[in-house]
Design a protein around this ligand. Sequence first.
Ligand code: MN
Length: 318
Amino acid sequence: MDFSKIKSFLESDECDNVTILTHKSPDGDTLGGGFALCYLLRDMGKKANVVNNEPFPKRYKEFMYPDYEPMDFEEKCVIAVDIASLELLGDNLSEYKKEGKVDLCIDHHMTNKKYAKLYYIDNDSAAACQTLYELIKYMDRPITKLIATCLYIGISTDTGCFKFESVSPKTHMIAADLISYGINHGYVNRMMFDVKPRGVIKVEQEVIRNLQFCFDGRCAIEFVPKSLIENSGVESAEFEELATIPLTVEGVEVGITIKEKGNNEYKLSVRTTDKHDACAFCKSFGGGGHLRAAGCQITGTYDEVMQKITGRAAEMFE
Ligand SMILES: [Mn+2]
């Protein structure tokens, strides 16, 4: 696993007419990485497109894909960015879920399923975009302002604006270099973290009102009914930060967000302080992610799901 192999592959003729896969419910890291790679390949004279299960969210448009147009070509190569497992592609991209379909995977999840022919996975990297930055530098390719913006947003959003433990001195050095390409980082971070549509505030009001505490206030559980999101009139990408709310309460060590997805189907997002392992928690339900931020799917009635969660949480507080 070294950059020289990845560089040779990206420069080879084999790597042309490239489809770049990003994960479902896309976040800033998968999209930032996907578009940065797309622009890199296009700048190298190759054809490349970014695809996603859903339409690209509006919130990243002005920064990452202000004038993006898909190119017309017959696909020869498939690259996945920030995708730990093929399940995360979503139903609309199921044609790529077949074993051996993905040529290269660039990721930073410790739970990566190693489904690609070639991969570069750096568990110590704060974001897939941090790894991509290092790769582009290694390849000695120019970083345009657009590429810098994509990478910067990927790193900033995947680290809660440089607050997570995953941030290393290297992360800050990379961010500093990216800012030197003329990114208005103050504006970017304000738009990513502070400014929200009114519909989001209304949803936050409701979920905060119903926040539940257990284990002497060391665990907070937030429930997000499907109808609440649907009636908000806001696209789902705007609710990225919802999962951070439980852990903002003093004394809370484990913050759990339960999003209702369908009938008896729920998506869990778990955030922890340094006292607990969010990834281990989610792994026991078949999910995964990072040490302090992870996710999984759970099925059952609301009561059954609550029982499963509090049962598993009880083990953490033993
Ligand atoms: Mn990521």
